[in-house]
Design a protein around this ligand. Structure first.
Ligand SMILES: [Zn+2]
Length: 282
């Protein structure tokens, strides 16, 4: 009997020790957020320290090959979580082909049926592969092991005047480092976030709506108080994004700005304490 009890204690200690080891390993593993170069569109891929991943948006109509090649280059076979921030073509344009290529566990999107070919194509794949769809709504959170989590801060309401304001806003935390991905949120969404009393502070902000002057207000930037801004934009676009007004605000706050049109793919690498950036060019 004594022997059995001692063996049981020994096994319990081993289990405990392996848990501590895993927790430590996850803490020291980096978290990477890749901001893909998809022109005036959005596509981000997050590699969590526990090995899971998130795809945020799926580029525009002709970006599928570029996105798929990038993910395959990272050795991705399964995408754990997909977030389609809102149904505009520059966010879901190539998502159908990406979902077709990889195994996908779950997709979150705002409750906003949208009558376009892109939306219908996306749902054709979702239905064919029976991918579970959940409603993206503020307050939803996801844990990735011991050191990382992701939370949806928006949308908080069920109706907005502009489709961009339905954007799923994602805050990712790894250790002490925080990243705020604004999708295409405009002034109304920013106002709602400010009123929500959620913790908006972040080290890095992926600026809303490709840097257009439809948001990224001074009041909002001050509340977030990020040191670094990422802008996903194309070099030649008729809308002249990013706007000089927005760039002026970022400069006024002495923020470092990384733009996909100038640097290609931008990767933020977090070790839980500090963040370094890697780009295509250097
Ligand atoms: Zn957009």
């Amino acid at each position: 009997m004594k022997k059995i009890i001692i063996s049981a204690i020994f096994v319990a200690m081993l289990v405990c020790l392996s848990d501590i080891h895993d927790a430590k390993a996850a803490w020291f593993e980096p978290m990477k957020i890749h901001f893909l170069d998809v022109g005036r569109a959005d596509c981000m891929f997050v590699q969590m320290p526990n090995g899971e991943n998130i795809l945020v948006d799926g580029g525009d109509e002709h970006d599928a090959a570029r996105i798929i090649e990038f993910l395959q280059g990272l050795g991705v076979k399964t995408i754990d979580l997909v977030i389609a921030t809102h149904p505009h073509h520059d966010h879901i344009g190539s998502m159908d082909e990406v979902l077709e290529t990889f195994s996908v566990k779950k997709i979150y999107m705002p409750n906003l049926p949208y009558d376009t070919s892109f939306y219908h194509d996306l749902f054709k794949v979702i239905n064919k592969k029976k991918i579970p769809v959940e409603r993206a709504v503020a307050g939803t959170s996801f844990r990735f092991g011991f050191s990382a989590k992701a939370e949806l801060l928006a949308p908080g309401a069920s109706y907005y005047k502009y489709i961009n304001d339905y954007s799923a806003v994602l805050k990712i935390t790894h250790g002490n480092n925080k990243f705020l991905l604004m999708a295409d949120s405009g002034v109304a969404a920013e106002r709602e976030l400010l009123r929500s009393h959620q913790d908006l502070q972040a080290d890095v902000i992926k600026v809303g709506h490709h840097g257009a002057n439809t948001g990224t207000t001074m009041k909002f930037l001050k509340a977030v108080s990020a040191k670094t801004a990422i802008i996903s934009c194309g070099s030649q676009n008729p809308n002249a994004y990013p706007s000089n007004v927005v760039l002026g605000r970022l400069a006024q706050l002495n923020m470092t700005v990384y733009r996909t049109d100038q640097l290609g793919v931008i990767t933020a690498i977090s070790n839980g304490r500090s963040i370094r950036f890697k780009t295509n060019g250097f």
